[in-house]
Design a protein around this ligand. Structure first.
Ligand code: TYD
Length: 208
């Protein structure tokens, strides 16, 4: 059976990627593909428990603890959800994956990217997404959208300079992996963002 494709969505908090998730699934389903929508941290029952801990603003934890738990949740997610679905020919769309660890724990918290690469290699070997849509917005725009959304989690409570570092790390990765990571300007209107997403996905559908 033909292996499915693995698509990940990334961006700082408030970049609007979650809004695009349902639309992306619809586009792929219209193309006759079977899709699995999932997210990180999370995606399994155990991973969702880790997510609750990681997003709980009442804890202060070391950056290393945060990174290890992100990759622990990812190990479960890969083994129990992502890899089996791909093997069955399904297309997996994950709201965040390993680029978020490089952006948040690397850029935001200042962990060494070489050390994160060791965890990446340990947990996922050579597996990488086939396509990553990185929704880019200026930090001010993201902050404003998040603050309109009600209560804020442990990451959302961070200051603007944290998100400047996260965004810079995402932009660095987009430059480092231009074949895989496609930048979508998410400060445009919803219709323009949708059109950009559709153009990018069409390329994968046509040539994938
Ligand atoms: P998010 O997609 O923002 O959830 P929601 O849209 O429900 O707020 O993801 C939760 C947070 O987890 C987000 O602030 C980024 C953070 N995160 C990391 O710091 N490292 C990681 O490796 C991942 C996957 C997420």
């Amino acid at each position: 059976m033909k292996q499915g494709k693995f698509i990940t969505l990334e961006g700082i908090d408030g970049a609007g990627k979650s809004t695009q998730l349902a639309w992306i699934a619809e586009l792929l389903q219209r193309a006759g593909l079977q899709t699995v929508l999932t997210r990180e941290p999370g995606g399994t029952a155990f991973g969702e428990k880790l997510r609750d801990l990681l997003l709980d603003g009442s804890f202060i934890v070391y950056p290393e603890t945060e990174a290890l738990l992100m990759f622990a949740a990812r190990r479960e997610h890969l083994g129990r959800v992502i890899l089996p679905a791909l093997a069955q020919g399904q297309w997996v769309i994950s709201d965040r994956f390993t680029d978020a660890s490089f952006a948040y724990q690397g850029g935001g918290r200042g962990l060494d990217s070489g050390e994160l690469s060791i965890l990446e290699q340990w947990v996922q070997g050579t597996l990488q997404p086939d396509l990553t849509l990185y929704f880019d917005v200026p930090v001010g725009v993201g902050r404003q959208r998040v603050s309109q959304g009600g209560s804020m989690d442990r990451f959302e409570q961070e200051q603007a300079d944290f998100f400047q570092r996260v965004r810079a790390a995402y932009l660095d990765r987009a430059r480092q992996f231009p074949e895989r990571i496609k930048l979508i300007d998410s400060s445009q209107s919803l219709a323009e963002v949708r059109a950009a997403v559709e153009r990018t996905l069409q390329c994968v559908l046509n040539y994938g």
